[in-house]
Write a protein that binds this ligand. Structure first.
Ligand code: NAP
Length: 320
């Protein structure tokens, strides 16, 4: 792989040292196991205010990592979006290849700023969308490439107490609220639809005591009468749903389980993949090797549009 950072540029390495920053739920559930399985990277250091990972060298902030380990040319950032920007800027300014958890930023403009800095530094910036690596998504995209799509229904309904217990940042400005999972649906939508859509209406429901919405209903329009209805709701108890149903003039395509399962005209399709996070690290290695970046802000732009255009309602206060 094409190396980076002082002492790394131009070396051909089988496996690059990588540092993981922000050791919380997603780092432990997905990033650490995915890096352990990766041929391209090995976990060499962490940046964690709460202790990091047993047996792995830890630093308390990005400046300490950059000073102590100039040999590490690749970093993966797993902290929430608001504190992530300054850390990403520091890593890029130091010439590191950077992978960002989703959403890639708290604003669209800051992501573009990161993209410009990565280009100026000649390093890779990878703004990840893990749901695009769910097993059914590539096949769905291929199936819909030449389809005439008439309607899309997105139902992303989950219990916030089950999936985000005690996470204050999701309820604070910049934390996105229900768009934190909802943006995953939008990342799939923007990947599988063969034409762009734009938001035409939205209603956002804010708990009386919170800065971010607990539910949102969105309507998008595309060419030739295409309409997309999206319902995001964090108040769902009982069965959870992460479903996208696409009606075409030839039949129905349905992605369930967040994109992992695909039915076409009611028939379960055989789909395979290496897994969402192994897929992300595989892609990151490819981008570094090719000297490219991958920064698609379209899902974040749709969320920004919902905050711009959306009608706001106030609903019952939410307590964890
Ligand atoms: P989390 O567990 O609440 O926090 C992640 C870690 O970020 C914290 O444990 C902390 O790590 C660090 N951190 C928090 N606030 C910080 C601050 N102000 N400055 C520096 N570091 C800070 O969150 P998460 O669920 O892992 O989510 C993190 C990101 O991953 C979000 O963008 C989220 O959308 C995305 N994501 C989450 C999931 C999921 O299922 N939870 C799934 C996919 C993607 P240290 O204690 O080590 O410093």
């Amino acid at each position: 792989m094409r190396g980076a950072g002082a002492g790394g540029m131009g070396r051909q390495l089988k496996s690059e040292p990588i540092a993981l920053l922000g050791i919380g739920k997603i780092a432990r559930d997905q990033h650490i196991p995915a890096i352990a399985r990766s041929d391209a990277f090995h976990l060499t250091a962490t940046v964690s205010r709460s202790g990091g990972v047993d047996g792995v060298e830890n630093h308390t902030d990005i400046a300490a990592l950059l000073a102590a380990r100039p040999d590490i040319g690749v970093v993966s950032l797993c902290m929430p979006p608001v504190p992530r920007f300054d850390i990403a800027m520091a890593a890029l300014a130091a010439g590191k290849h950077v992978m960002l958890e989703k959403p890639p930023g708290a604003t669209v403009s800051e992501v573009h700023k990161l993209e410009r800095l990565a280009r100026a530094k000649g390093v890779t910036l990878f703004a990840t969308w893990h749901s695009r690596h769910a097993a059914g998504v590539a096949r769905a995209r291929a199936h819909l490439r030449d389809a005439r799509i008439t309607h899309v229904q997105i139902d992303w309904r989950e219990d916030v107490r089950r999936w985000h217990p005690g996470q204050d940042w999701i309820w604070q400005a910049g934390g996105l609220g229900v768009f934190d999972p909802g943006i995953n649906a939008l990342s799939i939508m923007t990947a599988v639809l063969p034409q762009p859509v734009h938001l035409t209406a939205a209603t956002l429901a804010f708990p009386a005591n919170r800065d971010t919405p607990i539910a949102a209903d969105l309507v998008f329009a595309g060419a030739a009468g295409l309409r997309v209805d999206a319902a995001f709701d964090w108040r769902q108890e009982g069965p959870q749903s992460w479903t996208i149903t696409v009606q075409t003039t030839d039949g129905e395509l349905r992605l369930t389980d967040g994109g992992a399962t695909l039915h076409i005209d009611g028939v379960l399709q055989t789909v395979a993949g290496i897994g969402e996070y192994p897929g992300l690290y595989h892609r990151f290695a490819e981008l570094i090797e090719a000297g490219q970046s991958d920064v698609d802000t379209s899902p974040l732009a749709h969320v920004a549009d919902a905050f711009l255009l959306g009608r706001r309602t106030t609903v019952a206060a939410f307590h964890d």
